[in-house]
Ligand binder design. Structure first.
Ligand code: KG4
Ligand code: ZN
Length: 366
């Protein structure tokens, strides 16, 4: 099955072309094209995504990316169009949905069996590990059923969710963040440290030069019996630390500022970044570990934009090997938003014969 996938839920306009085969027990994917047009530079001055600008950019970029796929010229036969319908920014989602409808009516002439389906963005992240070529499950000898039960941790700019997966298609939500998503906390702390948007990668870079044990930030809800998490308090703790530690980071004149000089301030920033990152990772790993122990998970799957964080990947990998569970994370280019993951989720959904309401659903859940 050849799939055209479209993703416009936030600030990336993304189109992908995939070939998919196999059943729900042996799905296989080959990514032919995975185009992402990032709007980072446009939203960066605002410190976050501006929905109206995102919509305008999607409208502009979708036809440009589509032309690059050369589907019409080459008369490439497409069997399925998969488009994100939520969760995300509704004006942004609509641009993808309307574009998908237009392409569908055009390509239907070439293939009367063409299907059009709406995909849950979170399922895209969840299934992104299936696109890793190197992992053992992709030589079909490994029965996919042996991965389960599994614990899946989805960490992005909008979500932080812990799932118990019984199979590739059945799961139960164990917990989620009660306030900010962990990616959002990275972005907000980055702003406190005067780092550019999006903050996640910037914090990670700076943290590599800092001491993660320099400052003890709280690990919220660590001892709470639920699987829920919370990251707003951690962000506030960083804010108070910066305010109270006479650090020159928040601007203003401090007598220390001149005395410490630029280097001292950079080191302090790095220590704050490293200590914050460590607190966030500890909270994520602790809940994942508890879930894995309680349900005797045979594997742990990490996904979402924050899965790009090497320190988090490493911590979960180490924990998985202690727990004798297999660890999966998407390849590095498939952590943050892209359409290949939407294509994979679309394929599994088509195999299940499930249909989603075909309209933008900003708050769509798993
Ligand atoms: O999945 P994603 O691309 O978009 C959403 O669905 O939200 O995730 C974006 C989030 C942003 O908050 C970004 O700061 C964070 O992922 N992120 C990271 C890293 N790379 C991206 N957070 C921590 N470390 C990273 N290396
Ligand atoms: Zn995402």
């Amino acid at each position: 099955m050849r799939i055209l996938a479209i993703e416009t839920s936030c600030d990336e306009t993304a189109l992908a072309l995939l070939e998919a085969s196999g059943t729900l027990y042996t799905p296989k994917f080959k990514i032919l094209e995975n185009l992402v047009s990032s709007q980072i530079a446009i939203h960066a001055p605002f410190g976050g995504v501006v929905p109206s600008l995102a919509k305008r950019e999607h409208l502009k970029n979708l036809p440009i990316l589509f032309d690059q796929l050369k589907i019409e010229n080459s008369k490439l036969k497409i069997d399925l169009i998969a488009v994100t319908v939520g969760p995300g920014l509704e004006p942004a989602l609509w641009t993808g949905i309307e574009f998908a409808k237009g392409i569908y009516s055009k390509l239907k002439a070439q293939n009367p069996k063409l299907k059009l389906i709406g995909v849950n963005h979170l399922e895209g992240h969840l299934y992104s590990f299936l696109l890793a070529r190197k992992t053992g499950i992709f030589n079909s000898k490994f029965p996919i059923s042996k991965l389960f039960p599994a614990i899946a941790l989805i960490v992005s700019g909008g979500h932080t969710i812990l799932l118990l997966m019984r199979s590739l298609t059945s799961w139960k939500k164990l917990g989620e963040t009660r306030d900010d998503a962990v990616g959002e906390a990275f972005d907000k702390v980055a702003r406190l440290l005067a780092l550019p948007y999006p903050g996640g990668p910037e914090i990670e870079k700076l943290a590599a030069r800092g001491n993660p044990a320099a400052i003890h930030f709280p690990r919220p809800m660590l001892h709470d019996r639920s699987y829920d998490m919370s990251f707003a308090g951690l962000k506030t703790a960083v804010l108070y630390y910066l305010r109270d530690s006479d650090a020159p980071l928040l601007g203003g004149r401090s007598p220390d500022r001149e005395r410490r000089g630029h280097l001292r301030s950079l080191q302090e920033k790095a220590d704050v970044a490293a200590s914050f990152q460590q607190a966030a990772i500890d909270a994520l790993v602790a809940k994942t570990e508890r879930g894995a122990r309680e349900y005797q998970a045979r594997s742990i799957m990490l996904s979402g934009g924050v899965a790009a964080n090497q320190a988090l990947r490493e911590a979960l990998k180490v924990k998985s090997s202690v727990l004798k569970a297999r660890f999966f994370a998407p390849p590095m280019n498939l952590n943050t938003d892209n359409a290949a993951i939407i294509g994979a989720a679309g394929y599994l959904q088509a195999l299940r014969g499930r249909r989603r309401v075909f309209r933008a659903q900003g708050n769509l859940n798993l």
